[in-house]
Design a protein around this ligand. Sequence first.
Ligand SMILES: O=c1[nH]c(=O)c2[nH]c(=O)[nH]c2[nH]1
Length: 290
Amino acid sequence: MAIVLGDNQYGKAETRLVRVDRSGEEHRIIDLNVTTTLAGDLARTHLTGDNTDVLPTDSQKNTVFAFAHDGVGEIEAFAVRLARHFVTTVPAVHRARVHIERYTWQRMSVGDEPAPHSFVRGSGTRTATVTCDGEHTTVVSGITDLVVLNSTGSEFWGYHKDRYTTLPETKDRILATAVDARWRHTGAGTADWAESHAEVVRHLLDAFATTHSLSLQQTLYAMGERVLRHRPEVAEIRLSLPNRHHFLVDLTPFDLDNPGEVFHAADRPYGLIEGTVLREDAPPAGLAWW
Ligand SMILES: O=c1[nH]c(=O)c2[nH]c(=O)[nH]c2[nH]1
């Protein structure tokens, strides 16, 4: 019986890079978590331990820091630079993926003045995943952990019921989720990554806030559809929405009414609603989701 090496990849996971821009009166910070993943002709090291083809993961980490020396810029562009570097300079490497998370920091205010070098962590983490095979480069942008809540404007009723169904139907509930969205760009050369990202997030939030929801599934589709209608540079968006259930507490044992005011915010289990919304004529995804 022959035994062979199957798919393999390797890289440095979660290089934490913080860069301080001191060029102005006010400092600016970029706080990143960078993961590099390489694949290619790497049979030799697996089969014989000959490491000729292997760029150490330590070198990959060093590359991330060295590339930050002259500025990081937008994370999509930084990831493109790194991915192309690995594919074009390491002979055995034919595919590189660079995944970056950028934590949100907002400038503090002291009194009415913006603080020059003090920051507070904001909500939502921006992400970018770039894949390069030497010929094609794909860019996926995203946002994770963007926690949102509507205190009304959400119903859930008319669902399939069986002997195990106890959930009461509701015409008014809290709808809350932590948005995890990733969207694939039609090209790798969007002019303004920052503007594109801010606008996609704005449309996601607008759709969440203005959709009268009959299910989180319906809200998911509305969020994706709105992004695609307004942002031509986006070909496809994948959303993962945990349903952060808020259950109305029964206060009748205490002779108290509860007209939609007191809720138990349960953390688990939670419904997990996931879906993809895309253009019918979206170009092939290639390695985008690799
Ligand atoms: O919006 C919802 N979708 C569901 O599929 C579901 N299932 C459930 O128990 N509550 C909800 N809410």
